[in-house]
Design a protein around this ligand. Structure first.
Ligand SMILES: O=C(O)CCC(=O)C(=O)O
Ligand SMILES: [Fe+2]
Length: 313
């Protein structure tokens, strides 16, 4: 009997991938089955079969429903307060420039792989499951940057869509998702991120006039995060009270798009990889086929097969 005959009708969508994956088949079986279930046609913001139970267990159904309708959400109880304190310390320790008088902000760029507290929240199960619904399986780490906001009497800045290097109309399958992780929580007066309700549905950048649109704050208690998709117009708030707003801006991208930060050097660092959270491998693109062809050999077909599966989930 030929291999093709052994493949049942339901397996037709993944037949080629199953062949490329060979011994990797077991590791990826839940994903292969999940693609079969959706017949390779999982719609934008649909939850893939392999992910549904995790979404329910993690209590993400409610924020996900809000995100579906509005393109942004607040997710509560993502990490315990001690983890937020540690993250805050990490960002303050790694912030590069001293506060510039009048600017009201310090930044800590390029943070992945440089502090366990950053890596822990970057691979937080709630954040990863939520991100997967929006930007798909096989998602990549894109940009991890810290910011420290101080009290200011400046005007509110304008709004933008984070998919800034994508042409409009933006794809229906979202490509960029940003989690704003405020270590102290964030209130409107404390400088919470602000969004333009309804803007995400336009799937385009704001015009210069629209960049001054009315906004509403996403308020989040300590331990929670704010999240928005790459189409939602948003901007930073301004802090009107004493103290600081310390935020990790954690951005993830769909498998086929070019991440902002390049963290692939971490994959070469054996000592780092030996103790890095397991989910870091996927975020760094360890099993992606891009760039694997060499003189005399085509791209790595096992990795290619894996991408054909992950990209449909
Ligand atoms: O600082 C903020 O509240 C939002 C900044 C922003 O635009 C982003 O993280 O994408
Ligand atoms: Fe942004």
């Amino acid at each position: 009997m030929s291999e093709a005959v052994e493949v049942t009708d339901e397996k037709q969508f993944t037949e080629r991938a199953r062949r490329f994956l060979e011994e990797q088949g077991e590791r990826l079986k839940p994903l292969l089955d999940s693609v079969e279930k959706s017949k390779g046609l999982l719609g934008p913001l649909d939850v893939a079969d392999h992910l549904q139970a995790r979404i329910d267990e993690l209590g993400l159904a409610e924020p996900l429903a809000h995100f579906r309708e509005h393109g942004y959400a607040a997710i509560e109880d993502v990490a315990p307060p001690e983890e937020m304190d540690e993250l805050r310390e990490a960002i303050h320790g790694l912030a590069e420039a001293p506060a510039i008088p009048g600017v009201g902000m310090r930044s800590a760029p390029y943070l992945l792989g440089r502090h366990p507290a950053v890596d822990r929240i970057a691979t937080n199960p709630k954040i990863l499951a939520f991100a997967e619904v929006s930007v798909g399986n096989g998602l990549r780490a894109s940009q991890f940057a810290g910011s420290i906001m101080f009290k200011s009497d400046a005007d509110l800045p304008g709004v933008h869509a984070d998919q800034n290097w994508l042409p409009a109309p933006f794809p229906e399958h979202n490509c960029v998702i940003t989690f704003c992780i405020p270590c102290e929580g964030m209130t409107s007066a404390g400088g919470a991120t602000r969004v333009v309700p309804g803007s995400g549905a336009k799937r385009r950048h704001p015009t210069p006039e629209e960049a001054q649109s009315e906004t509403v704050p996403i308020e989040v208690k300590k331990g929670g995060v704010a999240v928005w998709n790459g189409s939602v117009w948003h901007g930073s708030g301004v802090r009107r009270v004493d103290g600081t707003r310390t935020v990790l801006h954690a951005t993830y991208q769909r498998l086929y798009t070019q991440p902002i930060d390049d963290y692939t050097y971490l994959l070469e660092d054996e000592e780092y990889m030996a103790s890095a959270p397991e989910a870091m491998r996927g975020l760094l693109g360890e099993n992606l086929f891009f760039g694997t062809a060499k003189p005399g050999s085509m791209v790595d077909m096992r990795k290619f097969g894996e991408a054909t599966i992950r990209s449909k989930l």
